[in-house]
Ligand binder design. Structure first.
Ligand SMILES: C[S@@+](CC[C@H](N)C(=O)[O-])C[C@H]1O[C@@H](n2cnc3c(N)ncnc32)[C@H](O)[C@@H]1O
Length: 217
């Protein structure tokens, strides 16, 4: 089996506009993202963009055996790698923009935590909004959403727009310290209490199925 790093790099070289990074998240960043995973009860955790599974492993370290963890990944090679490297992980090959439909098919209507590894700064506003609408609708009362942003990409329009969007969509948005021991250094957002009565998202058609994915959004 190829190592996580090899599998990640090969996917990143093949589809840079989809993977959006050159290396998996470090253990430090993964643990920070996964810290919203409840450690008791029967929690449901949904992960978006697991890649080779570094954040998945951090979620699984916290998740009680009675919990459920579903990871939605768009890249077929990453999905194959995840099946081999993390056989106990429930992986859905799909698009986070189809979040509600993918989870409906698995009987999930609510999640206690949503943990994202998605490359938000590569997405246009409509796609960011569509995915976040799905996250907001999915979160259980008291649930939390975490995601990360690379520090160096903070000046990009997509990253700035995403920052504004999070603040517009959640009542509480906490930005962490920078995790310097990550390649590249990154910060995480912890978001709680989605706000209601936002203006509707502009019309946006998610791609049909997963086969045609891979274009820049
Ligand atoms: C920056 S990598 C992060 C991977 C992993 N979470 C980590 O931190 O090491 C982004 C991941 O999101 C996946 N991805 C990108 N767009 C996606 C989408 N619309 N739906 C699901 N996964 C997506 C990519 O294939 C890639 O595996």
């Amino acid at each position: 089996m190829t190592s996580d790093y090899q599998a990640f790099l090969s996917a990143a070289l093949r589809r840079p506009a989809v993977i959006g990074a050159v290396a998996p998240s470090s253990t430090g960043l993964s643990d920070l993202l996964a810290a919203v995973t409840p450690t008791t009860g029967q929690p449901v955790v949904v992960e978006l963009g697991p890649g080779t599974g570094s954040v998945s492993a951090a979620i699984q370290r916290r998740l009680p055996t009675s919990g459920r963890h579903v990871a939605i990944e768009i890249d077929a090679a990453m999905v194959t790698h995840l099946h081999a490297a993390h056989p106990s992980l429930e992986v859905a090959h799909g698009d986070a923009a189809d979040l509600t439909a993918v989870l409906d098919g698995r009987g999930i209507r609510q999640a206690d935590a949503v943990v994202s590894g998605l490359p938000w700064s590569l997405f246009r506003y409509e796609r960011q909004r569509l995915i976040l609408d799905g996250v907001a609708a999915l979160l259980a009362p008291g649930g939390a959403f975490t995601t990360f942003a690379y520090r160096h990409a903070g000046f990009l329009a997509g990253a700035r727009g995403f920052h504004r969007l999070l603040h517009g969509m959640f009542d509480e948005v906490i930005v962490s310290h920078t995790v310097w021991r990550n390649m590249p250094p990154a910060r995480i957002y912890v978001c709680r209490r989605p706000l209601v009565n936002l203006p509707p998202a502009p019309d946006f058609q998610p791609t049909a199925g997963v086969s045609g994915l891979g274009q820049a959004w």
